[in-house]
Design a binder for this molecule. Structure first.
Ligand code: SF4
Length: 225
């Protein structure tokens, strides 16, 4: 008798599926489908997707149903971002990436960088955080992941204060020979009481002649998800 295949890997806990403007990478400004998976392995103070940190309100969905939901929204846009929470905590995420690649989508994966990127298919664009000190999770950075970042991938530092800025600048200097991408983003923190404004961040980037982009979460300026 043939063994029944356990297909748990084809079911994902989904917090949300939506269509919006990509706001936080070198794809910022492009219409994009988003699959927001539920659950995260850490708790950053600046998190703006708290509703996705656990799977309490998540929907369990077969990968085929996730894809159908996106395809039926329109076939002109072939850009999809898999995000979270932390998408890599669910083993089925790799199958989801492969299926979108097979349909010729450009696939972005946004990850907090604490888990290994080793199993992500080469063609997927990885947007990986390097956690700065003010996040409280700088010790969770998985430095081996720099080996899996190629020239199409992106590194993102969320800069909450001067110490974060210096950490990020130093990180780039120290790892200059290992980092294979020039797509590096310094993201401003979106909290009202933030003393380190996007303006200050921009001035520092300019005065230090850093070859990095400033990230401003364009979708929030547009009042979109
Ligand atoms: S890694 Fe991302 S989803 Fe998880 S707590 Fe930090 S900001 Fe939120």
């Amino acid at each position: 008798m043939s063994k029944i295949k356990n297909n748990d890997e084809f079911i994902l806990k989904v917090n949300d599926i939506f269509y919006s403007i990509q706001g936080e990478s070198s794809f910022a400004g492009s219409p994009c489908f988003f699959v927001r998976l539920a659950g995260c392995n850490i708790r950053c103070p600046y998190c703006d997707t708290k509703e996705a940190l656990t799977d309490t309100n998540a929907k369990s969905m077969h990968i085929g149903d996730i894809m159908t939901e996106i395809i039926k929204c329109g076939e002109n846009v072939k850009l999809v971002e898999i995000t979270g929470g932390e998408p890599l905590i669910q083993k089925g995420v790799y199958e989801l990436m492969k299926r979108f690649l097979n349909l010729k989508y450009t696939v972005l994966v946004e990850t907090n960088g604490t888990l290994s990127l080793k199993s992500i298919p080469d063609k997927v664009v990885k947007i990986m955080d390097i956690k700065c000190p003010s996040s409280g999770y700088a010790n969770y950075n998985n430095f081996e992941n720099l080996n899996y970042i190629n020239k199409n991938d992106e590194l993102k530092f969320i800069i909450g204060n001067t110490a974060d800025y210096e950490f990020a600048k130093n990180f780039i200097n120290v790892n200059r020979k290992i980092i294979k991408t020039e797509k590096i983003i310094f993201g401003a923190v979106d909290v009202a009481e933030n003393q380190f404004s996007p303006h200050i961040l921009a001035e520092k980037i300019l005065s230090d002649r850093l070859n990095v982009k400033i990230g401003l979460q364009l979708h929030k300026f547009l009042d979109l998800k």
